[in-house]
Design a protein around this ligand. Sequence first.
Ligand code: AHR
Length: 620
Amino acid sequence: ATLTVDANAAGRAIPDKLFGIFFEEINHAGSGGLWAELVDNRGFEAGGHHTPSNIKPWSIVGDESNIVLSTDLSSCFERNKVALRMDVLCGNDGAKSCPSGGVGVYNPGFWGMNIEQGKSYKVVFYVRSTDSINIDVSLTSSNGGLVLATSNVIADAAKVANWTRMEVMLEAKSSDPNSRLQLTTTKKGVLWIDQVSAMPTDTYKGHGFRKDLFEKLVDLEPKFFRFPGGCFVEGEWLRNAFRWKETVGPWEDRPGHFGDVWMYWTDDGLGYYEFLQLSEDLGASPVWVINNGISHQESVETSMVTPFVQEMLDSIEFARGDNSSQWGSLRAAMGHPEPFELKYIAIGNEDCGKPYYQGNYLKFYDALRKAYPDIQVISNCDASSTPLSHPADLYDFHIYTSAADMFSKSNKFDKTRRNGPKAFVSEYAVTGKDAGTGSLLAALGEAAFLIGIEKNSDAVEMASYAPLFVNTHDRRWNPDAIVYDSSRVYGTPSYWMQQYFTKSSGATLLNSALQASSKAAVVASAISWKNTTDNKNYITIKIVNFGNNYVNLKLSIGAENSVQLVGSKKTVLTSTNVMDENSFQSPNKVIPSSSHFTLTGKDTNIMLQPISFTSFDVIQ
Ligand code: AHR
């Protein structure tokens, strides 16, 4: 095969936000994932807003002979009235002493809390009692046997007669990735507890993002950040859809909600404000997916969708409005007086064929054009083959398929018209048996697809893999790019594949021509880009060999002496078996490996390994 790269011609500018990320609250991506809150169900609301309630995963320390746990609606927080009541039957009245260590409740977090020696954890809770209180707040091993950190909270009856906020800082004396938080007492009486939070203090900039997961995102250099779903935005039923107004303001006041598509509760600590903050921290443009009155099972008629349109307008005021506006002032009060740079809104998720979508879409579109003409509006309807019947700046395109089909889709946008709205490939992934839980084969199919996107980046404006995150204890969707538990994290081959494309956004696509036998399954692209670290111009050539055989490739870079033929770098992503995956035990089994590579002249013969992704970086 021959690959000829023309580095002399001007090439074509690639959109500066071509590659980004898509975050969905799926697989405990936020709650029990990126959001560093250690307590699961911190307001005791997960069992519903009625009592008696199931307070899972909270559980009892002691037994029913010495403590009775129940719930009532006495909380001081109006939007989440459920509070925990503890009737302590043992204690210092002499009749019956409590077991050593006391009685109370514990929360195991999301399949264990990761507590690390020397680190600090801020615990906040609200308490009320008919008498004085004496509570031990402790981080312990999973069975409570070993205390990693503890603090004693004492208050007299007058102080806690009304709901009172308590805060303690715990410093861990030892480490355990499977810890729990306990609130215990040896004092007889009745007390109520609500809104219990335990946060590590070393989150990214103190913004609440778990650092190791945040850094995984930074390494992808995302240029946009689509959030908060996916189906999570829609809900199976509208009553369980993501409603941004219930996710802003003080965390204690947020009602939380049950995501009925991915079937778990979230306290909404990671709310609309935090998503905007996360976009800013990543240097990525927020792409806000708004519910347009449509869920999986029901649709609001267009004649009655105006309140949803208003909810969207309010969300933009929250992000961009100044301090004199109702919602802008709330954002400022939450700690961000400057506006967030919100420029993209997607009207719904995968709703194009659903009842009332077209009518509802137009209501949202018209309102946006009138109030915020600079906002790019994203339609759910696919315009890759037939034009849209409504105006839009971008259209959403999702693809989940086999590896071979994904490979063949490197041509998907070759014939798409160039003069309509651009494609936003906001969800792509190889799924099914080719994917395992994140195989090399899947990554190679996707790499070929992305090479096709680069080449068609006059028709495709943005692209992101999906889903991004999975907590290994709640794998609702398979595969996912970043896998973790309470303390460990690794990237799948698809995650590492995306790193090959980090320099493409805003680069220049060079003309390249690949000649190969019809049997060879090879695709390639070439870009040039400016490295801001060493201030040099680079050419990066990317090649996927999807076949089972070596391919002898003659690489020819036409560049009139301007390409340095030494000091170039070759990076390969491959493994011994196409279905090889990474794991907690072998996180680096399938990751790119780089080596110096000396080009021998303008024409260089290269052996492409079977089932491999290879890139060459050459200083221009
Ligand atoms: O990425 C998982 C799901 O796939 C998303 O929620 C949805 O948009 C798509 O169907």
